[in-house]
Design a protein around this ligand. Structure first.
Ligand code: DGL
Length: 272
């Protein structure tokens, strides 16, 4: 019986950009999105808190009849996903699956990089966790990874300032040290950075390959579902999208619609 949805979780509304990419690739399936806007941003929080919040989000989405969850949030994928997979799921959700965004991005970086010098821009918490370094070096041990935390970018994008001079200055400040390391591939390791891709491209030039998660996760998920018919055959195919947020603000409606690329109606979620 095809009755289940695919859940997409993010700390806020940035994950809607990732979901847009997934929906483009897999339009027939039903999706439930959850943004924990009441407690975002996660990127400056401790690993312990990020785990607690993410665990609550997992419980919420499985209660809403999801079969499979995608952590669109890089910070949650870095700080909480592994523990959720090995501790929380087996105890509480049987054989349900939660997948993140780091491994797909790491795989693509390993395919694309010729010079074996990869840059990662992300939140402070993701950088601190060294999760991208671990995942990339699991695939190719001698790739050099240069990380740059970009704490100003999430607030600038959330304030609707992505086209402003301030954002331009912040991008230059963050990207210049990576360019000095002669990277040939750059991972945009945060939900909010895909929207800045054209500006990042102008700064890094044409010789640096940019990996934007919103462009790769959909294809990776499609491939995963083809390899997991036990999951795929349970997924409803009504093209239904439902959106939840832990705080209902005009901003979520406005920026959320911009990130998702179409107008969205948001329902209130209570996490516990
Ligand atoms: N969603 C987060 C990420 O991808 C960025 C926003 C936040 O810090 O909560 O890392």
């Amino acid at each position: 019986m095809r009755q289940k949805s695919i859940g997409v979780f993010d700390s806020g509304f940035g994950g809607l950009d990732i979901m847009k990419g997934i929906v483009r690739e897999l339009p027939e399936y039903d999706f439930i999105y959850l943004g924990d806007t009441a407690r975002a941003p996660y990127g400056t929080r401790s690993g312990k808190i990020i785990y607690e919040f993410s665990r609550e989000a997992v419980d919420f989405l499985f209660q809403k009849d999801c079969e499979l969850l995608i952590f669109a949030c890089n910070t949650a994928s870095s700080d909480a996903l592994h523990r959720i997979q090995v501790e929380h799921l087996p105890k509480n959700h049987g054989n349900k699956r939660v997948l993140g965004v780091l491994i797909p991005a790491a795989e693509v970086a390993c395919e694309l990089s010729r010079s074996k010098r990869v840059g990662v821009i992300a939140t402070a918490s993701t950088v601190q966790s060294k999760s991208f370094i671990r995942e990339i070096n699991k695939i190719i041990p001698d790739i050099k990874i240069y990380q740059q935390a970009c704490p100003l970018l999430v607030p600038l994008v959330e304030a609707g300032e992505q086209n402003s001079e301030m954002t331009q200055i912040a991008l230059r400040k963050y990207l210049t040290p990576l360019l000095a390391k002669e990277i040939d591939t750059l991972i945009l390791g945060c939900t909010h950075y895909g929207i800045l891709e054209a500006k990042i491209r102008k700064i890094v030039g044409r010789n640096v390959k940019i990996i934007s998660e919103s462009r790769i996760i959909g294809a990776k998920l499609k491939d995963y579902l083809a390899r997991h018919p036990e999951i795929e055959t349970r997924l409803a195919q009504n093209g239904k999208r439902t959106f939840y947020s832990t705080d209902l603000t005009d901003n979520f409606q406005k920026l959320g619609s911009r990130f998702f690329g179409e107008k969205i109606e948001v329902n209130k979620a209570e996490l516990r």
